[in-house]
Design a binder for this molecule. Structure first.
Ligand SMILES: [Zn+2]
Length: 102
């Protein structure tokens, strides 16, 4: 299996997952990709690189909450909780090796 990493796709696309071959709609933005830029579905990504999926979810939550702050200049309690939950999911997805390095 090739190396998997987070990549940034400027546009949405439909196509087969590079790992399982299932037809998937890939939205624009962050996604897990193979070293030859093939897109990987969320199920395969969660199976092979759960830490990267948790990191993308954390980034997505931060982006969405950042937009709320830009418009409201304050952050609702619900958003604080969503950010805390995303951070907790990321922290729990880290492998013991990742935790020791930080
Ligand atoms: Zn797949």
């Amino acid at each position: 299996m090739s190396e998997l990493a987070i990549g940034l796709a400027e546009g949405a696309e439909e196509g087969p997952c590079s790992l399982c071959g299932q037809q998937v709609s890939f939205p624009a933005g962050l996604r897990v990709m193979t070293s030859n830029k093939g897109s990987v579905c969320r199920n395969c990504a969660k199976q092979h690189v759960p830490t990267l999926v948790a990191l993308m979810d954390l980034a997505s939550t931060a982006e969405r909450i950042g937009k709320i702050v830009q418009h409201n200049h304050w952050l609702p309690l619900k958003s604080h909780l969503e950010m805390a939950q995303a951070a907790e999911r990321y922290a729990s997805a880290l492998t013991p090796t990742c935790r020791e390095a930080s």
